[in-house]
Design a protein around this ligand. Structure first.
Ligand code: DQA
Length: 144
């Protein structure tokens, strides 16, 4: 079983970017932790970082042919991308939304996720663990 992880824009800058909010860990460290947990849970994890909205939509659209679920941190697109929301809504496989920070404890414009209503669920505010909790949730869901 294969699971696709999509990191949205600016997440490649983790470790240097607003470390008071996002922490000191890097994207490579998140991906390594996901690989390790994937091995434990006996699933194959493929992670990609994409800055463009169109590229993200294409990946979501094609994912059903290869992957059983998607874990996505849409980053800033979370709050306004109808294109990504439509891609998620039209996707044949479950999509789990994750955020490093607690988006509800930040600026008001971050309180709204246009993705959440079409995702299976959302994990927000647990730092790197949001991704790992998202992966566990995806695997549990697929086993049912
Ligand atoms: C984020 C939260 C978003 O509001 C922000 O634009 C990001 C990262 C998070 O993981 O906490 O880039 O998705």
């Amino acid at each position: 079983m294969k699971i696709l992880v999509i990191h949205g824009p600016n997440l490649d800058l983790l470790g240097q970017r607003e470390i008071d909010i996002y922490g000191k860990f890097t994207l490579a460290e998140i991906d390594a932790a996901l690989q390790k947990l994937g091995q434990e849970l006996k699933v194959e994890v493929k992670a990609v970082q994409l800055a463009g909205e169109g590229e993200i939509c294409k990946q979501i659209g094609a994912a059903g042919q290869e992957y059983a679920a998607i874990i996505i941190n849409p980053a800033a697109y979370t709050h306004y991308s109808v294109a990504i929301r439509d891609a998620v809504a039209g996707c044949q496989i479950p999509v789990i939304e994750v955020h490093i920070s607690n988006i509800y404890a930040r600026e008001e414009f971050r309180h709204k996720s246009v993705i959440a209503p079409v995702a299976v669920g959302q994990v927000s505010g647990f730092g790197m663990n949001s991704y790992l909790l998202g992966l566990r949730a995806a695997v549990d869901l697929l086993k049912k």
